[in-house]
Design a binder for this molecule. Sequence first.
Ligand SMILES: CC(C)(COP(=O)(O)OP(=O)(O)OC[C@H]1O[C@@H](n2cnc3c(N)ncnc32)[C@H](O)[C@@H]1OP(=O)(O)O)[C@@H](O)C(=O)NCCC(=O)NCCS
Length: 166
Amino acid sequence: MQVKIRRIRYEDLDSIFKIIREVFPEDSILICRYISEIYSKICKYSLVACIDNNVVGFSISNLEYGRGHILYLAVDKKFQGCGIGSKLLCYTLLMFFNEYNVDEVFLEVQVNNHIAISLYSKYGFKIIRRIPRYYIDGSDCYVMSIDKNYFKNCIYDKCVEKISQL
Ligand SMILES: CC(C)(COP(=O)(O)OP(=O)(O)OC[C@H]1O[C@@H](n2cnc3c(N)ncnc32)[C@H](O)[C@@H]1OP(=O)(O)O)[C@@H](O)C(=O)NCCC(=O)NCCS
């Protein structure tokens, strides 16, 4: 299975929205609308994963006050657990720290999303705070972040190795 990671294109949005409806069913309308609205800002920092030119995953990110912000990361259910989420995350970290030279990358994740928390922890993100009732359903989020020094000293090699796989 060859997974190619590239920058997002406008015509990828339909495939991305299909994945969003599948993985975030309750909030999908709001999320799709939000991504459409901010597309011109996020397109420089957002990536898709493709197999045979079909989009099977994505990371939607933005640059905010000099910090990388991962807004959404998701993989088509049929392809979860194959390393695609890790590969997208590694590309995103390399892009922000190497290409855009940011000091920090951060994200929010639902406190009960153990799979995502485990993925982010594996690539060096640490929980820095908990925000109560962050999501529409009233659930809390963790804010997780990784800084440039920790990335370069402890995670960079692992990311380079990961993106050479698949
Ligand atoms: C979170 C998500 C992006 C991970 O993508 P993925 O391609 O399935 O992840 P990978 O196969 O690269 O696995 C990465 C790590 O996640 C964890 N993980 C993945 N699947 C898991 C499972 N079924 N159970 C427990 N941990 C799991 C493991 O730590 C794994 O590392 P390992 O392979 O070294 O054990 C994907 O599950 C997804 O799209 N979830 C729905 C959307 C979502 O919750 N996004 C995050 C919040 S924005």
